[in-house]
Design a protein around this ligand. Structure first.
Ligand code: PEP
Ligand code: MG
Length: 592
């Protein structure tokens, strides 16, 4: 039966494919593809995990055998028997092997996927006793997952992931899903999960939770595949292998579509492809408005390898390299100076002489390190130890990153960008640590290049003390994602308040406008690198406010360029002032 689920549109386009469910578990589970050659080893890992749990239960049984009956509820012995029986369950074991062998899921992912399927069967059972066995199944799955956690890190570095992808492409042909596009359906995905999936073959994705500018949505956008977030309950309503349409323009997910609906969306999909190929014709056209204003279109990237996508759409530099993605999902083992240096150098060389703006780590809030330690103790992680606060709290880690970036600056034009500054003393500390990093390299005779220093304006306090910022910094970059979050007190990752997350709120526009105007007046560089920069419905307004540098995901660059080519900034200037003065700017913008 066809039904649809409404969510938030985060990445444009239509995807049609079979659902791959990423089940949630109380244990933190990594999701990644293995290579075909790893199937046996992966099944072995699972077997070892299961055996460890069997041993654990046997030990428990032995210990309660020596206890007096009053100390041991008789249900406990019975429960352990049930758990032992479930551990031998053929459906669980053969199902997990199926997902590992035919889909190349890592063992943890395979296990949680199969659990989800079995849990649904339990839910449908009439017999209450049997229905309650679902909880037991969940418990033993969690036990196995925990037993497996002592295994080596599941993170696959991007290079390995690429070869895994090739292997996948070949091996999938032998699997059960030949040539069928796959779409990912999950309750939630961490940004580092998304990064793993970035290397894979998914045609689209849907999550139950998340806001339009959550970092998961941002990575999805960079993958340039249709995506919908905040589609509540989708991971419960959609079943493994269901046919699903993801309409990333309307923010709708259609499950089990009828042939007529499939035809209609197939048509829309082809139209979208045509539009893309039309846009690709302006790839090499300079971004100059009708009244001859030159505009700089830069790319936001997460990994050095993303520079290829930036160049492919004619970006004239990288305006934001979110370096924290190098630090995430590594079970707390941070990249050392050499590893970071190599990554930054790859990005710099990848841009072939064009400037690369590297932002120091912005770990925290919805970008946890993935070492299982963070946030549990903090009620408001977005207001906590995040970004520059995290870096200043660990100067040795920060100095390591600064040295690595300085060293990379010997290989091309590098700009250094600092996130989340709000206090003058944070600025002074940062500047001092940068001087120290230079001195440390000097002492070792290590070469580095010149570096422009910039700050993100993403906390209202920063936007309200621009003069202080401009004393220290060569350029500013407006992080509208956080600026909106902190100005309006709206969690950017929370879909339940997504309707209040408003880039056009007069207070937000005032802070953006003032920052642009002050930088322009002082002859300092200013760009917007939040999601507003890539939203074509806002291009004309930002041009009218005087913005001439936009940084966004490569996938959005050509559409924004088209807007610029058709714009007359002189006319837009007066109109933008009217929008700024309006109580509800959205009304004016929608009318334009
Ligand atoms: C922003 O806040 O707008 C920004 C670009 O940084 P991030 O999205 O990584 O927080
Ligand atoms: Mg930010």
């Amino acid at each position: 039966m066809t039904f649809s689920i409404q969510g938030l549109a985060v990445a444009r386009g239509i995807a049609i494919g079979r659902a791959v469910l990423v089940a949630s578990s109380s244990v933190n589970v990594a999701h990644y593809f293995i290579e075909a050659g790893q199937i046996d080893a992966e099944i072995d890992r699972l077997r070892l995990g299961r055996n460890a749990v069997v041993d654990e239960i046997h030990r428990l049984q032995a210990s309660i055998a020596h206890m007096s009956p009053k100390d041991t509820p008789h249900e406990l012995a019975a429960l352990l028997d049930v758990h032992l029986m479930l551990l031998q369950d053929e459906e669980l074991i053969s199902g997990v092997k199926h997902w590992i062998t035919n889909r190349l899921y890592n063992a943890e992912w395979a296990l949680t996927t199969q659990l989800e399927i079995i849990a649904r069967q339990f839910d449908e059972m009439e017999d209450e006793y049997l229905r309650e066995r679902k909880a037991d199944m969940e418990q033993i799955t969690d036990r196995i997952l925990r037993a497996m956690q002592g295994q080596p890190s599941p993170v696959i570095p991007p290079v390995l992931a690429r070869s895994a992808r090739k292997a996948q492409q070949q091996d999938r042909l032998q699997g059960d899903m030949q040539d069928v596009p796959l779409v990912l359906v999950a309750h939630d995905l961490s940004p580092s999960d998304m990064l793993q999936f970035k290397q894979s073959l998914f045609a689209g994705f849907v999550t139950d939770v998340g806001g339009k500018t959550s970092h998961t949505a941002i990575v999805a956008r960079s993958m340039d595949i249709p995506a919908v977030v905040g589609a509540r309950l989708s991971s419960h309503l959609v079943r493994q292998d269901d046919w699903v349409i993801i309409d990333g323009d309307a923010g709708v997910v259609i499950v089990d579509p009828s042939p007529i609906i499939l035809d209609e969306y197939g048509f829309k999909q082809r139209q979208g492809e045509l539009e893309r190929s039309r846009l690709s014709r302006i790839r090499n056209t300079p971004a100059i408005s009708m009244d001859a204003q030159k505009v700089e279109l830069l790319a936001n990237i997460e990994m050095p390898e993303d520079t290829a996508a930036a160049l492919a759409v004619g970006a004239v530099g990288v305006g934001l390299f979110r370096s924290e993605f190098l630090f995430m999902g590594r079970q707390g083992k941070l990249p050392d100076e050499e590893e970071q240096f190599q990554a930054y150098k790859r990005a710099v060389e990848g841009m072939k002489g064009l400037p690369v703006t590297i932002r120091t780590v912005d770990i925290g809030a919805d970008k946890p390190l993935g070492d299982g330690r963070e946030d549990a103790a903090h009620l408001n992680p977005a207001l906590g130890l995040r970004a520059i606060r995290w870096s200043l709290a660990d100067p040795s880690m920060f100095l390591t990153q600064l040295r690595a970036i300085l060293r990379a600056s010997a290989y091309g034009k590098v700009k250094l960008l600092i996130p989340m500054l709000a206090h003058a003393h944070e600025i002074r500390q940062t500047v001092a640590l940068l001087a120290q990093a230079r001195a440390e390299l000097d002492a070792k005779g290590i070469h580095y290049g010149p570096l422009q220093l910039g700050a993100m304006i993403e906390i209202p306090a920063a936007a309200l003390m621009l003069k202080v910022f401009l004393k220290y910094f060569d350029f500013l970059s407006i992080g509208t994602n956080d600026l909106i979050q902190y100005t309006l007190a709206i969690d950017r990752a929370d879909e339940s308040v997504a309707h209040l997350y408003d880039p056009l709120h007069p207070a937000v526009l005032r802070l953006v406008a003032d920052t642009i105007a002050e930088c322009n007046a002082q002859g300092k560089g200013v760009s917007v690198c939040g999601e507003m920069a890539g939203d074509i419905s806002l291009t004309r307004l930002l041009l009218g406010l005087g913005l001439r540098s936009f940084s966004m995901h490569p996938a959005q660059i050509l559409a924004v360029k088209q807007e610029i080519l058709l714009a007359n900034t002189r006319e837009l200037q007066a109109w933008a002032q009217t929008v700024l003065a309006h109580d509800e700017p959205a009304l004016l913008l929608n009318a334009a």
